[in-house]
Design a protein around this ligand. Sequence first.
Ligand SMILES: *Cc1c(COP(=O)(O)O)cnc(C)c1O
Length: 403
Amino acid sequence: MIRDWAELDSSDPLRRYRDCFLGADDSSVPAYLDGNSLGRPTKAGVERVTTFMTQSWAGRLIRGWDEQWFDLPLTVGDALAAAALGAGPGQTTIGDSTTVLLYKLARGGVALRPGRTEIVLDRDNFPTDRYLLESIAAELNMSLRWIETDRREGVTPDQLSAVVGDRTALVVLSHVAYRSGFLLDAAEAARITHAAGGVLLLDLSHSVGSVPLELDSWGVDLAVGCTYKYLNGGPGSPAFAYVRAEHLADFAQPIWGWMGRADPFEMEQGYVAAQGIRRVISGTPPVLGMIAMQDTIEMLADVGMAAVRAKSVALGEYALDLIRELLVPLGVEIASPEDSSRRGGHVTIDHPDFERITARLWERGVIPDFRGPNGIRLGLSPLSTSFQEVHAGVSAIRDELLA
Ligand SMILES: *Cc1c(COP(=O)(O)O)cnc(C)c1O
């Protein structure tokens, strides 16, 4: 017996948060199931962006830099670290795209292990992660050690143990796999990487804001993540980077810009890295891009990641119940781990007709996304997705399969 969405929504302790999002009541979009690709905007964000433009920018003009913009990457970074990363202050900054930050951190990570020649990665990681590690290997004449990942699962401790060794400089893994939703055991990955003497860099793009993170206690060395997915920062909002405190004194990233220099305003000759996490910064921080995400960070701090995860798991289990009942009999296959403890915030299903069907779903305002070769990804945002949306989404997929 499938539970009733109305009952699930009315007993959801987080239900009032849905009201905090713009467009959540838009009847032309009965199911937005892509918040893991682009989170909805918050209502508070409209106010915050407007106030920023009318008062801070228009009113303070260039003086705004002195007041707080200069430190914003670090203050927002610390707020994010406390609310969602399980990280103490002084280790997190915001800026650049995920791609660029990942490049900077991966180069910095490799440089922490001079003389070592291998980078470990997996076949099913997000394309940008794979491509830029290929570029770093070419640039530094290093070798890539590929883990062959099962597309419906993720990297297991045994697979990782089998490829790391005394040549391993860096291991780069996604915490939640972008396609399957597989949830890595990050503490175990850190333990295995460190036992081989390597450095672990995690991509948190699909976990931050949906899965509780404990970067400090897990022993993760470096991490990056996206802010326009579960953090609702808006299209192209800047990513965040975490560098574990113990590495900061030696950490060297390759894009030496004036804003990462010790005292940038001296305009001196020669680059000397700033102390602390500021050395990860290269150029002028993307101030406007950091405004909207602050409301979600505040909400996450308010709700607590344990409650966020409980809602995320409930949405995932409900989606899977519906999928088993309504879609599996029509030939749909579940392409995510079914055990919630091994799955992040989204559920992927496969069917040969899904590319065609996704286009039809979008026309009717049912919005998951398609990930080739034949997967529909149902993104379930704990703060904004309702059980009604999950029901509407899976029902619409059934209608289209039967059409
Ligand atoms: C979304 C995502 C990115 C995005 O990178 P951009 O530079 O923002 O385009 C990178 N890695 C992973 C794992 C992602 O899920």
